[in-house]
Design a protein around this ligand. Sequence first.
Ligand SMILES: C[S@@+](CC[C@H](N)C(=O)[O-])C[C@H]1O[C@@H](n2cnc3c(N)ncnc32)[C@H](O)[C@@H]1O
Length: 275
Amino acid sequence: MDDDLDLYEIIAKGFIDHCKDKLGWEDLSNDVIMDVGCGEDGFCCKTILEIFPDVGTIICIDSNPRVASNFKLRTTTKIECVIADIEKRESIRDYEAEITKVISTNAFHQLMEKEEAFRNVYRLLKPGGEAAVLFAIESSLYEWLTELLKNPTWEEAYQCHYVEDMYQTGFGTAQYKEMVEKIGFQVIESSEKQRVSSFSSDQDCKELLYDMCGEKFKLPPELLEEFKEECYQVLLKLNPRDAKGKPCYRATELSLLLVKPKEGADSETKENLAI
Ligand SMILES: C[S@@+](CC[C@H](N)C(=O)[O-])C[C@H]1O[C@@H](n2cnc3c(N)ncnc32)[C@H](O)[C@@H]1O
């Protein structure tokens, strides 16, 4: 991994660049952008500010109160940070039909109610508004977690709910495209890409794996090193090293670039939004 950049930062930067090119973003000074599942570092928000310093407003939402109250980004009055759950309409109701662009990276795969979340994105957008959503539809980190939890010690220490078949076998790009079209979106792009995320060294791999999952496990200090070692060994067992011999994991990402059509904008019908 790039020594200076977080993996999520690399992904967010690449995706915002892609949106800029593909959706022709130039002057965002009149835009109200919402970053859904912004995360503590708000990488999308940060990147948008870097590329478009004149951007109108960015509303960062996250369902985790700790994340939403800890933003490192409360640096300008252009940014609002809000605790809100994209799966729950009542938590975003104040913003309905107020947003010109919704952006989200690496958050939608965590959602249980994806269809409702996409409906809420539709509701948030003004007519003609755009949504750019990038998320994993498959990841070897999920197999890694599944394997790790086969060890009863780690299973007992795991503080989160393990979701069976998290990536919904058989539900891929075509199904997501159909889902968002049914809601009313025009699909500008629905494309999937394999990503190999490599760690810069074996030691880096051990530490970063622990950074990624450590807080989800309640571990006594004496088991910490054993846990880190097993995280690393399980990753190596399930993922062949990359072409340069570095430890890595693999994921399939889906990029959805969507527009809420102008005509039919008032057509928030019972049919397409299932009210
Ligand atoms: C892996 S982080 C990604 C953060 C950031 N978007 C990035 O690319 O670095 C996923 C974030 O989505 C948030 N999240 C999960 N479910 C959510 C929901 N239902 N509504 C809003 N945010 C949610 C999590 O709290 C977490 O901060």
